[in-house]
Ligand binder design. Structure first.
Ligand SMILES: [Mn+2]
Length: 325
């Protein structure tokens, strides 16, 4: 495909939600993967948006800047066909950047409902959501909106932490919301699975858990087999806490824990999720102030990009890989 540097700034100049542009990777208007910024969701398959909230963190704040950093890191991925599949995701999928969920930082009690309402509007269009946090708490109101539309979701959680600690009911906590979501029957825990954990809780609360050491000992294929068996044909919501990755691969996060997954393992896992009936995806806890050389934001952008590639394959894009895989 010839490179056309004249038609840049597709984020606001593109007249279509399909197709791919070639722009300066280092300049121009930022949207995720140069998708068109719009709230007209007609014909849209996946809506990208940010939820820049970090008021529920326990340690280092700053992931309110995550969506902006991930958009910036996505430019390098915006013009090439998706590796390893050799597909132009946006020939098949209509994907737009919706911008960010509007939040009032001075009224914390309004935050959960503001996020759920943001999600309800998008889900009602029939599109699926690709959402960037924000801290991991934002998944809770997002899952609430998804469960209202799809019923209790099978949660596939990539994370260093279980986020099911019993906090006695605090309303804004990024370490307990999946226990609350279970109690609220938003999650079908019997079909949910947590991957990459390496912090202790005295109960699994019914989730299947594949710890980080288990992943390292058994490998990507075994993890995928467990995920696919666990979820079955249930509507699956994927949540990826970037701290699932080892701090060597994702230092830019609020609660890093050594011993985690490598970027390559995460990408292989995401690329293997095609058999699931996926209804939504979020990627949370990218905190750019603690990042170095953008490696965390790049890992996040690649993981989200590869999820879109898988959604394109599910929608009929034909893979044509080159080389030994
Ligand atoms: Mn988490």
């Amino acid at each position: 495909m010839p490179v056309d540097y004249v038609n840049s700034d597709a984020a606001f100049l593109s007249d279509s939600i399909k197709g791919t542009s070639h722009e300066m990777t280092y300049g121009g208007a930022l949207s995720f993967l140069r998708r068109k910024y719009t709230r007209d969701l007609k014909g849209t398959d996946v809506v990208v948006s940010g939820v820049p909230f970090d008021g529920a963190v326990t340690n280092r704040p700053g992931c309110r800047f995550g969506p902006r950093a991930i958009r910036g890191a996505s430019t390098e991925l915006a013009s090439l066909e998706a590796f390893p599949f050799g597909i132009d995701i946006f020939e098949t999928l209509g994907v737009v950047d919706y911008g960010d969920c509007a939040l009032n930082p001075h009224d914390p009690s309004s935050i959960p409902e503001a996020i759920s309402n943001h999600a309800r509007g998008i889900i009602a269009s029939g599109a699926k959501m690709l959402t960037f946090g924000g801290d991991h708490f934002v998944s809770y109101p997002l899952i609430r909106a998804h469960a209202e539309a799809y019923g209790p979701v099978a949660l596939v959680q990539f994370d260093a932490h279980c986020d099911t600690w019993d906090d006695g009911g605090s309303p804004l906590n990024h370490g307990s919301m999946f226990l609350h979501a279970k109690e609220d029957q938003l999650i079908d825990v019997d079909h949910s699975i947590q991957v990459g954990l390496r912090s202790y809780n005295d109960s699994d609360h019914g989730f299947e858990i594949l710890t980080s050491p288990w992943v390292h000992r058994n490998g990507v294929e075994a993890v995928l087999e467990r995920i696919i068996n666990r979820v079955g044909d249930r509507p699956a919501y994927i949540t990826f806490d970037i701290d699932c990755l080892d701090p060597a691969f994702a230092p830019g996060t609020g609660t890093p824990v050594p011993g985690g997954l490598a970027s390559w393992q995460a990408l292989e896992l995401i690329r293997g999720l095609k058999p699931l009936k996926m209804i939504g995806f979020d990627l949370v806890e990218v905190s750019p102030a603690y990042d170095h050389a953008d490696i965390t934001a790049m890992a996040a952008a690649n993981i989200a990009h590869d999820w879109l590639a898988v959604m394109a394959l599910k929608a009929g894009a034909v893979s044509k890989p080159v080389g030994n895989l």
